[in-house]
Design a protein. Sequence first.
Length: 298
Amino acid sequence: MIALGEIRRSFRGRIELNEPLAKYTTFRIGGPADIYLEPLDKEDALSLIRFLREQKIPFFPMGNGSNILISDSGITGAVVNLEAGFNYARIAADGVITAGAGIKLAKFVDFCIQHGKAGAEMLAGIPGTLGGAVIMNAGAYGGEIADHMLTVDLIRGDRLLTITKEQGGFAYRTSKLEGDLILEASFLFPEGDSAAMKVTRRETMLKRNSSQPVQWPNAGSIFKNPPGHYAARLIQDAGLKGTRIGQAEISELHANFIINLGGATAEDVHALAMLARAAVREKFGIEMELEVKLVGFE
Ligand SMILES: Cc1cc2nc3c(=O)[nH]c(=O)nc-3n(C[C@H](O)[C@H](O)[C@H](O)COP(=O)(O)OP(=O)(O)OC[C@H]3O[C@@H](n4cnc5c(N)ncnc54)[C@H](O)[C@@H]3O)c2cc1C
């Protein structure tokens, strides 16, 4: 049992007990967390993580919940979300942009464009926070969040560290930072033409809206693209478009998306993803790796 009074002594931010998590995810799926916490600044976050570690309470950093499938039974321990305290971006005289892990990517991209900094505009439609984007090395249309990154501030163990991009081990939809709590990142983008960047942003959004089932709750691509292949094409060619389990469906528009038709459970989505993986393995001998993170599953 987590003692609220004790947490309050080491923490100033918002606390919710037994908090249902579905509303915080783009899938609109997931059971409760024992405790949900929103630290207000770096000091608050550090003191909280030290407390959780001392008490041996496991914690899960959650951003915008746009790349996760939370189990129907929820998460044992704590969920830590940074959107309240780390929702900022600033630019220094030397052009370095520093942004908090809780800022939405869309807002971060707007900030870059507004300051004539090029190289983030193609990420505009990714519905995550900067923290989630850093962990996942989120990317689209030829760009990735790590491309122009300088450093990342994070909590590892019970210490606050600044690491360089090279130390982050960024590769296709992955980094070596899992298990850390990302607090902030800095970037140096080349100068660009804001008007041209706005055009790219608009075109990117139009492409997304016509090729992705954005009107249904989903978590983006379920699988990473296997080397030399597109996961969507493999699932489509396995004949699975439109396949349903419960209220979850493999999208007719984009076969690497699973959509929640209303009331889908995490079990429905998980079973459908495993069905797609097995069908692609059987038909093409290709093993697909999940891009979506499973949270709270056995
Ligand atoms: C419609 C749609 C389209 C998408 N398109 C793309 C796309 O084009 N390209 C792409 O790369 N992704 C895409 N995604 C997936 C998703 O938006 C990205 O992976 C995004 O970066 C996840 O950020 P988040 O804040 O939502 O992270 P979450 O989903 O909340 O978490 C994802 C992972 O990051 C970790 N995490 C989150 N915040 C922190 C933090 N502060 N510190 C440490 N760990 C943290 C979590 O623990 C978890 O392991 C799409 C999703 C949707 C719904």
